[in-house]
Every structure is written in C-alpha cells, then in structure tokens.
Design a protein around this ligand. Structure first.
Ligand code: GDP
Length: 425
C-alpha cells in the first residue's frame, strides 16, 4: 500500500502530525522533495520537534525513514536535526538516497544575496538555498550523494562548479569568492557522516512494494506552492504534488493507491504572493494567536504566518492538483472563538463572480466572497469521537466537504498526536 500525504494549500497544513500518526501503521516513510526550507511540527511522547529534512516517521519504532532522490540534502542541518531527535529517541532508522543531491555552500549564499538584490521585489525566501539548489540540479551542475564516493571525479567537478559560481559572486553580487578546496574538505566530512545511511533507496522501495509493505510519501509545503501549478513565481522550486512523489521517491507512478491531502480549517501562508481574503488588523491577530499549537508562527523561520478564513476556491483547486482521494481537515479546534465563521466560497474579479483558481495576476485582483456559518463557541480540543463534536462543528465539516468535493475522512482537533477523529461520519 502506497499512500501520499500532501498539502492542499500553501503549506503548514499539519501534514507532519498526520504522517506521524499514520506512521504507526507504516513500514516506510519517504520524503520526496524540498529541503530544510519548511518544517513539520510534531508533538508526541518525546516532546515537540520541528522536522525539516527528517521524515515524520522518525519517532516510530520499526519504520524505515527515507530521504528520497528528490530532496535537497543540507548535511550540516541534517546532522543537527538528527542530534536533536537522537537526544530524545536513541535509534534513528534512516536511509538517504544515493541520487539525492547535496545542498552546497553557494546555494544558501546565492539565495541570501539574490533576495538582498531584489529588495522590495523579493520572493520572501526562507534563504535555505532551495531555488539555487534546484536551478543547479536542472542545469546539471548539482552534486548527487553518490558522487561523493567518486574519488577520481569529485575534485574536478567541484572545481568546475566554483569557476562559474565565483564569477557570479564577484561580479553580480560583489561578494567574496569561495575556495573550492574548502568545499571539498566539507564534502569529505559529509561523506564520513553520510556513508552509513546512503543506499539505493529506489531499489529498496520497489522491493518493498512487491512485498506489499506500507509506504507513506510525505510532501512538504502544499499544492499552491508547486512550481507549475502554484502561485508562480511565489512558489517553491520543487514539485509539491503527489504526482511528483513517485519520481522523488523513485517508484512507479501507478504504485500510489491513496492520496491524503491535508488542509486546515482556516488558511495560513508564508512568503510573498497573492493570498485572497488575507486578514489584517484585529481579526488577523486573533486568528494568528489562536491558531496552530502556540500561534501561527513558522516552524523554520519563526515568521508570523499570514492568515485568512477557509478558502474553498483555493482548496478545491489544490485538491484537484493533488488528485486527492481523501482529506484530513486539521485545526478545527482553533475556530472555537468565532460566533460566526466566514468561509470564502468564491472570488470577485473585476465585478464577476469566479469559482476557479486563476493565475497570479488574476488572484491579485480577487476579493473574497464569504458565506457565514454558525460557530460552536466551545472548546473541542482533543475530541476523538465524531459524535462528541457540537452540531455546528459537524455542519462546518460537512459544508466544507460538500464544497470541496472530496471526502473528509479525518478531522484533527488539536496539535498532539492522538487529538484526532479518524472516523468521520
Ligand atoms: P506541516 O508542515 O504541514 O506539517 O505543518 P506545520 O507543522 O508547519 O504547521 C501546522 C501547525 O499546526 C503546527 O503548529 C501544528 O502543531 C499545528 N497543528 C496541527 N494539527 C493541529 C490541530 O488539529 N489543532 C491545532 N490547534 N493545531 C494543529
């Protein structure tokens, strides 16, 4: 059984929590794209962790965690993250694809310098080097993990990469050049550390599929941050879609049977770009403070997240991009403070009612059209039984389900692992 767990929106939907929970019944959890640029928050018996590169099955005994070929591996950060998890849980069951690529020092620098250069026109990058990393990967000047073990070719390759990078550093950004020999030294250290974990993970996963094992493919960010289908150019530089998950994990596309898309009961986004119905002022502050675990602040950067009410137009589109077979609706407990809950059901663009999610220039012109639902005005955090939800909360779930057109099979009622309803009626 292969299941993808992906985001329907702008990321931070609560995928980490859902994956951590589903990992209890899984054999493998695989990260298939992205890098240290986004974080999954997991709260379990070991404490609270922000996982950036480690798959969310890392806390579950018996689960093999795989960093797939589609991932940008920042070795330095990975070591730190492994140490933090190891301090709570002794054994880490981890494999890293020999075809994953290594994030090199210039990727972060170019990301930082380019945002500086753009000034007001910046993308709102997390400055983790992701855009320069994927640019290099597709320009065929990236470095696969397996190449670390190529004693004959590595020095020549790194030297060649930095010949060009240094021209850019010096002449475009007016910054210090990088000595490729320093990079080689770091890579030598990286190699020592990684050796124990490196494997042909596609081979292992294909074998696991034949043996009918349960594999979870864990996405980072969400459909609206996908390079092709998201709010370009305010997107990430890898595909966040379930369609890519098989490529980024190295398994056949037809292996996926189930696509669980995660969406919050309201909307949050980080970075620049259009965000229809964004709440400012008091309403925004209130939702931001009530939201998430302890307010809506980024797991990677601590940045205040942008907030809005649930957006049917964006979510329905995100679910279609993902090809979702079911939905996990998270953080419904957060809405307890509202007397009436606005839900954005359509956009108004140039005086017209629009129900389909458009391109970025269209979205900038869009204004939200709301329908109001009755709030439940009581604490529902931690409820695990659907029947125990107040009538208005059930109506909210059913209303959203009808609007988005995909069955909501899970409702999360709090940030902790078992604060969840898995049998939605
Ligand atoms: P991910 O990247 O999709 O895993 O999402 P993040 O971990 O970045 O953000 C989700 C935030 O919502 C985190 O702070 C979670 O602890 C929190 N969260 C997840 N599920 C729930 C829920 O059901 N209720 C509440 N209140 N918070 C939740």
């Amino acid at each position: 059984m292969v299941k993808a767990i992906v985001g329907a929106n702008w990321g931070d939907e609560g995928k980490g929590k859902i994956t951590d929970l589903l990992a209890e019944k899984a054999d493998y959890v695989v990260r298939f794209q992205g890098g240290s640029n986004a974080g999954h928050t997991i709260i379990n018996e070991y404490g609270k962790f922000a996982l950036h590169q480690l798959p969310s099955g890392i806390f579950t005994d018996g689960v093999v965690n795989v960093i797939g070929n589609g991932v940008a591996v920042n070795v330095e950060y990975l070591i730190e993250e492994m140490k933090s998890v190891e301090s709570a849980k002794k054994e880490l069951n981890l494999l890293i694809s020999n075809r994953a690529q290594i994030l090199l020092p210039h990727h972060i620098l170019l990301d930082v310098y380019e945002e500086e250069r753009l000034g007001d026109k910046k993308f709102g990058s997390t400055k983790s080097g992701i855009a320069p990393f994927y640019s290099d990967k597709y320009a065929k000047v990236g470095l696969q993990v397996g190449e670390l073990f190529d004693n004959d070719g590595l020095e020549e390759k790194i030297k060649g990469i930095y010949e060009k990078v240094n021209v850019i550093l010096k002449h475009l950004y007016n910054k210090e050049e990088i000595n490729y020999k320093d990079v080689l030294k770091t890579l030598e250290e990286n190699k020592k550390f990684l050796t124990k974990y490196v494997a042909d993970t596609s081979l292992i996963l294909r074998k696991a599929i034949k043996e009918n094992k349960t594999i979870l493919l864990e996405g980072q960010l969400g459909a609206l941050k996908d390079t092709d289908h998201g709010i370009y150019p305010y997107v990430t530089s890898s595909s966040t879609l379930a369609g890519y998950s098989t490529v980024g994990a190295g398994i056949p596309p037809y292996a996926i049977q189930n696509i669980v898309a995660v969406t919050k009961a309201y909307s949050t986004a980080v970075g620049e770009g259009p965000f229809v119905g964004e709440l400012f002022g008091e309403a925004g502050e209130l939702l931001r403070e009530k939201g998430g675990d302890k307010g809506e602040y980024g797991a990677t950067t601590g940045r205040a997240r942008r907030v809005a009410y649930f957006d049917v137009v964006a979510t329905r589109y995100g679910l279609q991009c993902q090809g979702a077979t079911e939905v996990a609706l998270t953080a419904i407990d957060v809405l307890a403070y509202l007397e009436e809950i606005p839900v954005c059901v359509a956009y108004e663009i140039d005086g017209e009612r629009v129900e389909d999610f458009g391109t970025t220039p269209e979205l900038y012109k869009a204004k939200p059209i709301y329908e109001m639902l009755k709030g439940w005005k009581c604490d529902i955090r931690g409820i695990t039984n659907y029947d125990d939800l107040p009538k208005e909360a059930k109506e909210y779930v059913k209303y959203i389900e009808e609007k988005i057109g995909v069955p909501i099979k899970t409702v999360s009622t709090g940030p902790k692992r078992h604060e969840i309803i898995t049998e939605v009626k």
